[in-house]
Design a protein around this ligand. Structure first.
Ligand SMILES: [Zn+2]
Length: 342
């Protein structure tokens, strides 16, 4: 309990720091280039996440916490549900399909907390929200059936992209061979009428656009099997994120450059299989990896967490107030495509 409490306190202090004006922390913003060693001990563990979710479930009347399945190693996979009105549009947020991309989960915890407060509780009158945090809990905890000895981060655990069977869950949305993807599909995607989904990831640190390192990159479904109307909804979702994040001085969102068109990827497969308007958001910098260019030091954690909170709040709000229906997709015509700095 004490450890969980300190993690929550840390999260709170990160979020507080992120709330300061951008110039005060400009040197540590998401465009900061440092690849210094990450200490993974500052990240919430799976157990700390579960403790947090159960605590919020007890505090928040509007929230329901459900177990939708188990990971390879037997960890419960949780779905956070805010289902106010079946006639409302529904949005799904998924974090950590890739276990080494954790700041999205830290931010999602902050968002869940905010849904129980005056700041964001009003949103729930007009939008249903589903959240699957840390889908790949085994990878996030480094509890896998292969070696992580080459991974770079310091701390009490390593984090890896793959699940315990060394499968990339974000290439498993057609075969659904793994318990984590099966839980997501049977317990969430096929079980609810979902209109929009944001799939939250982290990418390497070296991507730039217009000569500046990006804070993140976004992409809509590019599979030829997706209904054009769903693609358009996805582009509207992306326009909301782009405009919201770039309204901050530290925000620099580009178009993702290496997104494949296969339906095995959630961005494509969820749109193709369920007609969900989907958006991939790749935050800058991973929590752990073998490759130093992928790992971002901790000095910009506050901004990256803030960027995710902005993404969650802005999309939920635009769906709730209907402004997403008129979001301007022409932003995709002018948004630069990111490229490698080298
Ligand atoms: Zn990823």
């Amino acid at each position: 309990m004490k450890k969980a409490a300190s993690a929550v306190a840390l999260l709170g202090s990160l979020a507080l720091g992120a709330g300061l004006s951008a110039p005060a922390l400009a040197g540590e913003g998401p465009n900061y280039g440092g690849n210094e060693t990450v200490n993974t001990s500052i990240l919430a563990t799976y157990d700390e996440l579960v403790t947090f979710l159960k605590d919020q479930d007890a505090r928040q009347d509007a929230m329901t916490l459900e177990v939708i399945g188990q990971t390879v190693k037997g960890r419960d996979i949780h779905l956070v549900k805010y289902l106010t009105d079946p006639d409302n549009p529904t949005v799904l947020y998924v974090t950590q399909q890739h276990g080494n991309e954790q700041l999205t989960t830290e931010a999602t915890m902050e968002f869940i907390r905010s849904l129980g407060t005056g700041k964001n509780a009003g949103l729930l009158e007009d939008v249903n929200i589903l959240i699957v945090p840390m889908l790949n809990a085994d990878g996030a905890m480094g509890d896998v059936n292969f070696s992580l000895e080459d991974y770079l981060a310091a701390g009490d655990r390593h984090l890896t992209r793959y699940n315990a069977n060394e499968i990339d869950l974000n290439r498993d949305h057609v075969a659904q061979s793994q318990p984590e993807t099966q839980a997501l599909h049977s317990g969430v995607l096929a079980a609810y009428d979902i209109d929009y989904a944001v799939d939250l990831h982290h990418q390497g640190t070296d991507r730039e656009a217009d000569g500046r390192l990006v804070s993140g990159a976004i992409l809509y479904p590019t599979s030829p099997t997706v209904d054009p109307a769903v693609v358009e909804g996805s582009k509207r979702l992306g326009a909301v994120v782009h405009d919201a994040v770039n309204s901050y001085g530290w925000g620099h969102v580009a178009q993702y450059d290496v997104g494949g068109s296969a339906d095995t990827i959630a961005r494509n497969g969820l749109a193709s299989q369920y007609d969900i308007a989907t958006l991939l958001f790749e935050m800058r910098g991973m929590s752990d990896h073998e490759d130093p260019s992928r790992v971002l030091g901790q000095k910009s954690n506050g901004y990256l967490i803030r960027q995710t909170v902005v993404t969650l709040e802005a999309t939920a709000r635009a769906i709730a107030d209907g402004s997403i229906e008129t979001a301007d997709i022409s932003v995709w015509d002018t948004m630069p495509v990111q490229q490698s700095r080298d």
